[in-house]
Design a protein around this ligand. Structure first.
Ligand SMILES: *Cc1c(COP(=O)(O)O)cnc(C)c1O
Length: 381
């Protein structure tokens, strides 16, 4: 069996171990310390945002984000349906109800038209006071239509919690993903474009919100010599050891984005002569970090080659690929949730595939991928 080619694997630079060693040498082995502060400043500077709290995961960042926006029992959060379950689950942690919104064709992210329809419909049902947050997602690194979504947010006075877990470094006309909404979320899980093994962050230009995030994420201790609590707290802060990895990874983020984008170019070339397979283009002014390269397969135009045919062929040669996210409104756990849209995300799920996109794939790995794809389509012709 050939060596496994992963969809997205960790890729360390040169400085990570040095930062971790420094944490050991100075005995900062705790969920606070100079690397946590340093990692936060790196993220602030890179994203051009004023305040960042480094946390244990993207999921904990989403959870705290909802708490900070006042989402509680019986409230409604408008969430992109086409996403990973971690975008939606924290809504349920808060006892609130997710209402799922379809995607649009240009970015595959939250459709502003379906979002408006949902809000107007829910207001008509007398639920205006329960609409507490909008959660758009920048899937696979492609920015969502943030100008349109922010305009709707302002019009109806509903804050935006932006899930940029997959989109560190992506931007629209230079404005980074995760900085459009009232709060933005990043993830540094093992499969993301840079990683701390596990980690996340919450970003905002609102100082009060991020100070409160730091307070709540460290057990909400009041100022007192004993342990005194006036709020329910969480243990969500990032470890100083892991933040050391993050500081090293921030130094190579630019390079990682170039490498991921080179993988996108690699696939663009392979599929350029194959009809029925399409890659998602960047709308004008949009820049994707191309965390994962994704394709849409129209088996009516490929001579019968479907998404599954490609996935199974790659699997035979120990190459990982994966269908696009299964929409939340189709998940058994959310089967009773409401959905607004026309089924764009269902079509994406049925016909889409994520291809190996790691930044550390070498010439040999790429040749193996290419030969397998060529084989599939030469058999089909
Ligand atoms: C990875 C991911 C998350 C969760 O981040 P973790 O750090 O794994 O908790 C949330 N949303 C999306 C879209 C993700 O891809």
């Amino acid at each position: 069996m050939s060596e496994k080619i992963w969809l997205s694997s960790p890729h360390m630079g040169e400085k990570e171990q040095q930062f971790v060693k420094e944490a050991f040498d100075t005995n900062w082995i705790a969920p606070l310390g100079p690397h946590v502060n340093g990692f936060e400043s790196d993220l602030q500077e890179y994203n051009n945002i004023q305040h960042v709290a480094a946390l244990m995961s993207g999921t904990s960042a989403l959870h705290l984000g909802l708490i900070l926006l006042g989402v509680g029992t019986g409230d409604i959060v408008l969430c992109q349906s086409f996403t990973f379950s971690a975008s939606a689950n924290p809504i349920v942690y808060q006892g609130a109800e997710p209402v799922f919104i379809d995607s649009e064709q240009d970015t595959w992210n939250m459709d502003p038209i379906a979002l408006r329809t949902a809000i107007e419909d829910l207001i008509e049902q007398g639920k205006k006071h329960r609409l507490k947050a909008i959660v758009p997602v920048h899937l696979y690194g492609m920015p969502a239509k943030m100008d349109e979504i922010m305009a709707i947010s302002k019009e109806f006075g509903i804050p935006v919690l932006e899930d940029a877990a997959e989109a560190l470094g992506s931007h629209i006309n230079g404005k980074k993903c995760g900085t459009f909404g009232d709060l933005g979320v990043y993830s540094f899980n093992g499969n993301k474009i840079i990683t701390t093994s596990g980690g996340g962050a919450l970003a905002s230009n609102n100082k009060e919100l991020i100070e409160k995030a730091r307070f709540l994420s460290t057990q909400a201790r009041d100022v007192a010599p004993h342990y005194q609590h006036s709020n329910i707290g969480y243990n969500y802060r990032l470890s100083n050891v892991l933040a050391g990895i993050g500081r090293g990874q921030m130094q190579v983020l630019g390079e990682r984005i170039e490498q991921r984008r080179a993988m996108f170019e690699f696939y663009t070339e392979i599929f350029s002569n194959i009809s029925g397979v399409n890659l998602l283009k960047e709308p004008k002014g949009y820049f994707s970090n191309r965390w994962l390269t994704t394709i849409l397969v129209d088996s009516k135009k490929t001579g019968g080659v479907s998404r599954e045919v490609i996935r199974l062929q790659l699997e035979q040669d120990n190459i990982e690929s994966r269908p696009l996210w299964k929409p939340m409104h189709l998940q058994p756990v959310y089967e009773n949730s409401r959905f607004y849209g026309s089924g764009v995300c269902e079509m994406l799920f049925e016909n889409g595939l994520c291809l190996p996109s790691s930044s550390n794939l070498d010439e040999e790995d790429r040749n193996r991928i290419k030969n397998n794809i060529k084989l599939i389509f030469s058999n089909a012709l």
